[in-house]
Design a protein around this ligand. Structure first.
Ligand SMILES: Nc1ncnc2c1ncn2[C@@H]1O[C@H](COP(=O)(O)OP(=O)(O)OP(=O)(O)O)[C@@H](O)[C@H]1O
Ligand SMILES: [Mg+2]
Length: 366
């Protein structure tokens, strides 16, 4: 059986810096989990604690039902790829990859077999006699993954494993990585600050912020039901944020009035009079040429196209509205020019109680 990982109320400080502030997380057998969060949010610290490189100040780590807090790294059955790739500099590619099985005392035949198998999996077309300093960062990263795999792990811990690959290679390789983990029936925890990478390969995404878990869910859950403005901004890319308040309520519906006077109608249980934040994703807005005969209804904005950016499959518009600049993502089929008058309409948006810390701080990537 592959291990469940249970992380219970883990805390870790470095002097005055609180790196982890009460993290509780379950990872199931065979699950592919991605941890995302801004720089300094505690991602690497959490991974190092799971690996056994660091000890938590408080809290427990269980693999299945065994407490592993005092189990050393080499007895945890993990394969580890660190953020700052640490290949053995004095060993060549082949020696790096086969280091672990050799140390474990596998027969030369088995070592050969395992090494070649992993190289095959990863499609590593490298001269196996090259030394780490002769390889690109991307190639080093692949060798590091290969080396982690030949350790025969049940759990694969990967800290920014694709961070040094060029964008296109990283995009292709992430699917291979997931396939590999699933084929080998491993449990994987993969850190990235690329939300698109996390969304596209994870069974479950963990959003870490300032040493705490902000939300855990499937990629779809995080995208469709973000619990906080921060998750909404971090998942799915550029959201538009507006401030407003609940103007009135009628049954399950509420009327929201934005700062610039725009009226929205949606279902929410936030009480009348409360200040709110509304998040609107660029891809949830549709643009039409403005028709002066129509009344401005609920859930729409009038604006003027300020900027048009061509992004290949779609266009990105910056539209000047009474609520400020709004970003809209639209298919290429309907084209608008700078200066054109448009109506923005939308049915899907997200509403949050106004954060105590203020909107700017609540969505800051610090
Ligand atoms: N060994 C250390 N000594 C002192 N402070 C540390 C140490 N390791 C981490 N920190 C601090 O703890 C906080 C969390 O660091 P961590 O490396 O876990 O963040 P991260 O989410 O991995 O960031 P990044 O995306 O930049 O890799 C940061 O403020 C960092 O400066
Ligand atoms: Mg890190």
């Amino acid at each position: 059986m592959m291990p469940n990982i249970k992380i219970i109320d883990v805390h870790k400080r470095f002097g005055d810096v609180v790196a982890l502030n009460g993290v509780t997380l379950d990872v199931r057998d065979g699950e592919y989990v991605c941890i995302i969060g801004p720089s300094g949010s505690g991602k690497s610290t959490l991974l190092k604690i799971i690996a056994g490189i660091l000890k938590p100040d408080k809290g427990e780590i269980y693999f299945d039902d065994s407490l592993v807090n005092d189990i050393p790294i080499d007895k945890r059955g993990i394969g580890l790829v660190m953020q700052d790739i640490l290949l053995f500099p004095h060993l060549n590619v082949w020696e790096n990859i086969t280091y672990s099985p050799l140390v474990r005392g596998l027969s030369p035949l088995l070592v050969d077999e395992l090494g070649n198998e992993v190289i095959g999996y990863l499609d590593l077309a490298l001269d196996k006699r090259m030394y780490p300093d002769e390889l690109s960062r991307g190639a080093q990263q692949k060798v590091a993954i290969a080396r982690a795999l030949t350790a025969g792990p049940k759990i694969l811990l990967l800290d920014e494993p694709l961070g040094s690959l060029d964008a296109q290679t990283a995009k292709e390789f992430r699917y291979e990585l997931r396939r590999l983990v699933k084929d080998l029936k491993l449990t994987a925890i993969h850190i990235t600050h690329n939300q698109e990478e996390a969304m596209s390969i994870a069974d479950k995404v963990v959003v870490l912020r300032k040493g705490r878990i902000e939300q855990v869910g499937t990629p779809l859950e995080l995208y469709t039901s973000p619990k906080t403005p921060f998750v909404c901004r971090f998942i799915g890319g550029e959201a538009n944020f507006f401030e407003g308040s609940i103007e009135s309520r009628e049954g399950l519906n509420a009327i929201i009035k934005l700062k610039g006077g725009t009226l929205l109608r949606t279902q929410t249980d936030i009480p009348s009079g409360a200040r709110v934040v509304v998040a609107l994703r660029p891809e949830d807005i549709s643009l039409t040429r403005r028709n002066n005969a129509s009344f401005p209804g609920f859930n729409s904005l009038e604006g003027i196209i300020e900027e048009v950016h061509f992004l290949g499959p779609y266009l990105r518009y910056v539209v000047d509205t009474e609520e400020g600049l709004v970003i809209v993502r639209a298919k290429r089929s309907a084209r608008f020019m700078k200066g054109e008058e448009v109506t923005l309409s939308f049915n899907v948006f997200h509403i949050f109680p106004y954060p105590k810390e203020g909107l700017r701080k609540a969505i800051a990537y610090e």
